[in-house]
Design a protein around this ligand. Structure first.
Ligand code: NAD
Length: 351
């Protein structure tokens, strides 16, 4: 056995019902005096509650998915004008993404308080969109120094969004099994993440107020993101990156639809990964475990339902082929990528 593994340095405070207390302890312990709080309109009320008593220097609510460059530029100006010494992001991946864009340019540290299962809070990956093209990169400055997880903050996340976001997290786990820097450490984290999500997500669907299910989903989201940050982007992430950039598709739903198709495509050529995924689902095979989870969750199944045009299949397949990750277990061709994308577009069962 031989591998090189980096673990990112980050503090995690997990305390259901106590985000405010944890945030306050973190701010005073570190001696921050001028926090900039980033929260979209939807999450404002929740953010006001969580930051009660903090010496907030400025609030910022212009949050847009995939971080358009002009939105990032305005947020950076606000941070500089108010001499922010820490960024507190309260919201989903879009909000964390905006904080990362500021940190990338200014070096101001981030404390992330996630309210979805996207997992961006535990990665050093940033993303920016300009002229309909999304660029991403990694930089240690964008890794939040601390994450405050409070499952109670996800209670308002609608069931449909909880499912899609949770499957976005599951995609981090599954793709980590064959991504370019896959190794036994991130595979173990990914397996445990998949186990937690497989248990927590059906509980949320059965009862959206089930805090135990929400805690499992958050725990799974964190493990999934740590595994993904370490393993890098595999085939699944390359496909979703291309589709999101080309057609401005909703992030979580795109991941949810594409995932079973990539698993069905790669699993036969990746027996150890398939064994780990099946074990996480406690199912006879990885594909069977994922299929029964999707049925239980009534998960999204077709890209055409989320705004992708049929005419986009061929150009998307060509773009994925050009960006193909190294070392994918199965060889990628124009024909097999076209077939995979067509099945995902139509919502056919994965082959
Ligand atoms: P999002 O942050 O856009 O949130 C989706 C919707 O849910 C929004 O309308 C938001 O206001 C709402 N919402 C969030 N939390 C809520 C709550 N608790 N209650 C009610 N409504 C709530 O979506 P997302 O899927 O969390 O994040 C997607 C973005 O994150 C994409 O831009 C994606 O590229 C990025 N992302 C980045 C990484 C990374 O490692 N850099 C990882 C995953 C996702």
């Amino acid at each position: 056995m031989r591998f090189l593994h980096d673990t990112l340095p980050q503090r995690v405070r997990f305390a259901t019902g106590d985000a405010a207390g944890q945030l306050s302890a973190e701010i005073s312990e570190a001696g921050f005096e001028r926090p900039m709080v980033i929260a979209a309109d939807n999450e404002k009320e929740l953010a006001v509650r969580v930051t009660e008593g903090l010496p907030v220097a400025v609030w910022h609510d212009e949050v847009i998915m995939h971080v358009p460059a002009d939105v990032a530029a305005r947020a950076r100006s606000v941070a500089r004008a108010h001499h922010a010494d820490v960024l507190i992001s309260i919201g989903g991946g879009s909000t964390t993404g905006l904080a990362k864009a500021i940190a990338l340019a200014t070096g101001v540290p981030i404390i992330a308080v996630p309210t979805t299962y996207a997992g961006s809070e535990a990665t050093d990956v940033w993303g920016l969109t300009e002229n309909s093209a999304k660029s991403t990169g990694t930089d240690r400055r964008v890794l939040p120094r601390t994450v405050v997880y409070d499952a109670a903050l996800t209670l308002t996340l609608p069931v449909g969004m909880s499912v899609a976001s949770g499957l976005n997290a599951l995609a981090h786990c599954i793709d980590a099994m064959w991504a370019p820097r896959a190794d036994p450490i991130n595979a173990t984290l990914a397996g445990e993440g998949a186990r937690a999500l497989n248990s927590g997500l059906p509980r949320i669907v059965a009862d959206p107020t089930d805090l135990g299910g929400r805690e499992q989903a958050l725990q799974g989201a964190y493990l999934s993101a740590v595994a993904f940050a370490s393993a890098g982007s595999g085939l699944h992430h390359k496909i979703c990156h291309v589709l999101g950039g080309m057609f401005d598709l909703p992030h979580a739903q795109t991941h949810a639809v594409v995932l079973p198709h990539v698993l069905a495509f790669n699993a036969p050529a990746a027996p150890e990964a398939a064994r780990r995924i099946a074990a996480a689902f406690d199912a006879p095979s990885a594909a069977a475990g994922l299929a029964s989870l999707y049925t239980a969750l009534e998960a999204p199944t077709a890209l055409r339902d989320h705004g992708m045009p049929e005419s986009g299949i061929e150009p998307a397949a060509a773009a994925v082929l050009a960006a193909a990750p190294s070392g994918n277990p199965r060889q990628l061709t124009s024909a097999n990528l076209n077939a995979l994308l067509r099945a995902a577009w139509e919502g056919e069962p994965p082959r």
